[in-house]
Design a protein around this ligand. Structure first.
Ligand code: AMP
Length: 602
């Protein structure tokens, strides 16, 4: 792709070097005249996959000469003949690929690798085709984002990144294809190595640590090596903010063991995988002075509930960088606590299916961040969404939809569902994310992530999304901070087995809180759902009082372990904000220690 051609010989990420200029210039070119760039992208995808079974199904036997066609004609022919689909519609095709059918089903080049989506939002993991193109776009978006970041927060060349990254176990499908999460494939790819060289920032942990598969042992080694290299660490990152919070909370418990290892140049016996032990031992050496310094800092930090841990332990870190939007927003509060005044930079927007947008304003607070769409990565369409009023439609319909529009025709302030046509063989594929257009960079839209499309909480005519739940929980938990407690994590469930159905919200909290305060939190949440369907139903008692369940400390770790046990990777883990999963509900109910029913609505 163009960026590769024009970025071959830069020299570092530091102070506005030519490498950064090249990639920024490239993006400025492709984000201008996006209608043409998008048609060209579609043309490339269709040409690359000309004659595949799936496209034949819709185009018929006509062997369309895409190259010769007028671009607008090609685009309208494609969108009129090929239908919008969801993952379920493509599943039979992808399954055949997984089972070893090498005929051109979705792509002309045989797919040899499949990615597993995290599955924590939809409740089940999905197979998505993965090709070299996927890793290349990852490299491009990371380099572009790094170039924009280095304008605001320059880093020293040849510094290090403390990256809390985790591979899942890769396995072979029945047909012999390699399967694993997209991040796992990327960490194992040549592009992961190239990115470090191009940005001149090197990860602290060797591959043996990242690929271990036991997230507890990996976290320990990331922390150990991050502290060993503490002076060189320029920034701290993870894919999703959850992993950083998880890592520092385990640091609170393990810092003494880590200091002992730094002092002795050893690795704790709890690290059992020989390859990982050896890789870490090959790097570290005894540093008793450093160990005593860290010990003294940690003793001090304990008194302030670890406030400002990051700048104290990594004095040269310029920022913390991770996805902090959407379902990760909850963790940015805790991250702020750990980071003190160190900037938090919200990372890019993408999915296993395709990268979507880049954060061009790294100095923006995570709550305000937007993502400029990458118009060469996929062909994007946008389904306009309109919120339903309380009296129209059935309970299962969340938005009224209009016909999809191309990228060049989106409007500021409008909400859309994203539709993708990718180089990896997904055609007019509904991603299921709701975004709002908040402006433009040149001609490419800047998107605000709103939520997953799927309705979360529904009992009857009520419709509450992940975003609605997030706002309600934020309101309800404000009372906790006044009582020096904090909300560690949360999820919810629409309980329908007894009439009337009602919402159950599960909270894990840190700190002691009196029952009367929790009662208030429960009432506050119930009263804070503004969805008219919910309010009307609560008033008429066709939805019962909201139930707040307080679970034991560590319950959400058990949920994480359950997902990891089923093949999820920590790098892509997102706590499900609403669940009907029986095992999960069993865990939650088993560890519920207190229950409250709302007294809002009398
Ligand atoms: P997965 O492919 O399973 O790892 O998850 C991809 C999903 O994560 C996307 O479809 C979004 O719902 C969510 N996601 C990814 N990046 C962001 C972001 N920057 N902000 C909010 N949500 C995101």
């Amino acid at each position: 792709m163009e960026a590769e051609a024009s970025n071959g010989n830069g020299n570092g990420n530091g102070n506005g070097c030519s490498n950064d200029h090249d990639i920024i210039r490239w993006f400025d070119t492709i984000s201008t005249n996006v209608a043409m760039v998008q048609r060209e992208t579609l043309r490339q995808i269709l040409e690359l996959n000309r004659g595949v079974e799936y496209l034949k199904k819709w185009f018929g036997d006509k062997d369309l000469d895409i190259r010769e066609m007028d671009a607008c004609e090609m685009e309208s022919l494609y969108t009129s003949l090929v239908p919008l689909v969801s993952h379920e519609d493509l599943e039979p095709f992808i399954q055949r690929i997984a089972d070893g059918d090498t005929s051109p089903i979705l792509t002309q080049h045989p797919i040899t690798t499949l990615s597993l989506s995290s599955g924590t939002t939809e409740g089940r993991q999905k197979f998505i085709p993965f090709t070299r193109h996927s890793s290349k776009t990852t490299l491009q978006i990371f380099r572009l984002a790094a170039a924009y970041r280095s304008r605001v927060y320059p880093t020293r060349s040849k510094g290090r990144i403390l990256e809390f990254i985790y591979s899942s176990k890769r396995f072979k499908t029945r047909g012999g294809l390699m399967a694993g999460t997209a991040t796992t494939h990327y960490f194992a790819s040549e592009e992961f190595r190239i990115k470090q060289e191009k940005t001149k920032l090197f990860t602290c942990s060797p591959h043996e640590v990242i690929s271990n598969g036991d997230y507890k042992q990996t976290t320990y080694c990331h922390l150990l090596l991050g502290l060993f290299f503490h002076k060189e660490v320029e920034c701290i990152t993870s894919t999703f903010a959850y992993s950083i919070v998880q890592a520092f909370s385990s640091f609170e418990e393990q810092w003494e063991d880590i200091c002992k290892d730094i002092k002795e140049g050893n690795v704790s016996s709890k690290i059992t995988w020989p390859k990982m032990r050896k890789a870490v031992l090959d790097i570290i050496e005894p540093k008793p002075i450093l160990a005593s310094r860290i010990e003294a800092i940690c003793e001090g930090l304990q008194g302030s509930d670890w406030f400002g841990l990051v700048p104290k332990l990594w004095p040269n870190a310029k920022y913390v960088y991770s996805i902090m939007t959407g379902s990760m927003q909850h963790y940015s509060k805790k991250l702020r606590h750990y980071c003190g005044s160190l900037p938090l930079v919200s990372a890019e927007y993408g999915s296993t299916e395709s990268w979507i947008g880049v954060n061009l304003d790294p100095s923006l607070e995570p709550e305000k961040v937007t993502f400029a769409v990458m118009p060469t990565f996929s062909y994007f369409e946008f389904i306009p969404l309109y919120r339903q009023d309380q009296y129209s439609g059935s309970g299962s319909v969340d938005f009224i939809e209009d016909d999809p529009v191309p990228l060049s025709q989106v409007k500021v302030g409008q909400e859309y569902e994203i539709v993708l046509t990718t180089f990896t063989g997904l055609y007019r594929y509904r991603l299921g994310d709701v975004v709002e257009v908040s402006g433009f960079h040149n001609e490419t839209p800047k998107l605000k992530f709103i939520c997953r499309r799927k309705l979360l909480l529904v009992v009857n005519i009520d419709k509450n999304t992940e975003k609605d739940l997030q706002l309600v929980v934020e309101k309800g938990s404000q009372l906790l901070s006044k009582h020096r407690a904090e909300l560690v994590d949360f999820t919810s469930h629409a309980e329908l087995t007894h009439q009337p159905g009602h919402y159950v919200i599960y909270w894990e909290i840190k700190g002691k809180v009196e029952e009367r305060v929790l009662c208030k939190c429960c009432r506050e949440m119930d009263a804070s759902f503004v969805d008219p369907g919910y309010v009307v139903s609560r008033r008429t008692n066709s939805i019962g009082p909201l139930e707040l369940c307080i679970v034991e400390r560590g319950t959400f770790k058990k949920i994480l372990d359950y997902f990891i046990g089923n093949g999820a990777a920590l790098s892509q883990f997102k706590t499900p904000r609403c669940t009907n999963d029986r095992t999960l509900l069993k865990i939650l109910d088993l560890y519920t220690v207190k229950r409250f029913r709302s007294t809002a609505y009398g």
